[in-house]
Design a protein around this ligand. Structure first.
Ligand SMILES: C[C@@]1(CC(=O)O)c2cc3[nH]c(cc4nc(cc5[nH]c(cc(n2)[C@H]1CCC(=O)O)[C@@](C)(CC(=O)O)[C@@H]5CCC(=O)O)C(CC(=O)O)=C4CCC(=O)O)c(CCC(=O)O)c3CC(=O)O
Ligand SMILES: NC(=O)C1=CN([C@@H]2O[C@H](COP(=O)(O)OP(=O)(O)OC[C@H]3O[C@@H](n4cnc5c(N)ncnc54)[C@H](O)[C@@H]3O)[C@@H](O)[C@H]2O)C=CC1
Length: 235
């Protein structure tokens, strides 16, 4: 298995089946910008509500092969094992297909996800125990709280600057320092660090604040560009 994070923006996704398993896959897919079609004679209330909210298209009948010829990704989640197996035989080699009850007939399986903004944990037991997968997910949710969301955003913003204005050992040192847990817990350290990065970049490249890209201008800049990075002890 080769884990990847797919960008499904505007991609056609077809789900056969409208039960709770289909619903769970749909809930994951709704976090993307995929174009979702559900084909199933019946569907659980939540799927009907999503259709009413225009979040997906529900076609109320049995699945047919031409429902998914154009699909980028297919989920076979009916309660009929023969139908799920047949869907897999009709899919083209280049299509992504998940078979919920017979994973070996498809070409991908769905992991359990913990999202903290840009930080994403993807858990799988390669089909051995979805129950264990769920348990590990709960542990990760407890260990990595919501603070990680803004922390990883901060890391991203710093990284954009660092990649542009620093290199070599200095660059590596700064990137390493950013993983210090005090940045996770204390937001004031983040602001100080960003300020220092901006000021040093301005100085280094002889730029003034006005010639700086718009989105960096709002960062608080110290008047003195000579102050050093906040000194932090390693955790
Ligand atoms: C192979 C895979 C294919 C795929 O679906 O992609 C698959 C297959 C099967 N699941 C079955 C059962 C259960 N699945 C869950 C839950 C989840 N299953 C998910 C993924 C996967 N399930 C893929 C492998 C993931 C991995 O590698 O670990 C999760 C992670 C993601 C999601 O579905 O969105 C989601 C966690 C949601 C969360 O994050 O909370 C629970 C628990 C519950 O429902 O509470 C049970 C009952 C307990 C148990 O059986 O362990 C059965 C037997 C069906 C039957 O008995 O009829 C099969 C078929 C088989 O094993 O052959
Ligand atoms: N991968 C996973 O995470 C899990 C997979 N499963 C498997 O997933 C499958 C679905 O489970 P549930 O959602 O609980 O079943 P369910 O019985 O609640 O729903 C099945 C749905 O399939 C639809 N359906 C039946 N025949 C169809 C056809 N020919 N074309 C289109 N739709 C059709 C039904 O109308 C219904 O909406 C089962 O095979 C089950 O063994 C079960 C638990 C977890």
């Amino acid at each position: 298995m080769y884990p990847v994070h797919l960008n499904l923006t505007n991609k056609l996704v077809v789900i056969a089946g409208g039960g709770n398993v289909a619903l769970r896959k749909i809930q994951g897919l709704l976090k993307t910008e995929a174009d979702i079609t559900v084909v199933s004679p019946d569907a659980v209330l939540e799927i009907k509500q999503l259709q009413a909210q225009n979040k997906l298209r529900w076609i109320s009948r049995k699945i047919e092969a031409n429902d998914y010829t154009e699909a980028f990704l297919i989920v076979a989640a009916t309660n009929d094992h023969a139908v799920n197996a047949w869907i897999a035989t009709q899919a083209a080699d280049k299509q992504l297909i998940n078979v919920a009850d017979q994973p070996e007939l498809g070409n991908f399986i769905v992991p359990s996800l913990v999202r903290r903004g840009r930080l994403v944990f993807s858990v799988s037991t390669s089909g051995s125990s979805p129950a264990l997968t769920k348990k590990i997910k709960r542990k990760l949710e407890e260990t990595y709280n919501e603070d990680y969301e803004s922390y990883v955003d901060f890391l991203y913003e710093c990284r954009v600057l660092i990649k542009k204005f620093y290199n070599g050992q200095e660059k590596r040192n700064i990137l390493e320092e950013l993983t210090n847990e005090q940045f996770l817990h204390f937001k004031k350290f983040r602001e100080k660090f960003k300020t220092k990065l901006v000021n040093d970049a301005l100085k280094k490249h002889k730029l003034n604040k006005e010639s700086y890209p718009e989105r960096w201008r709002e960062w608080p800049c110290e008047t003195s560009a000579t102050s050093s990075f906040p000194k932090l002890k390693r955790c």
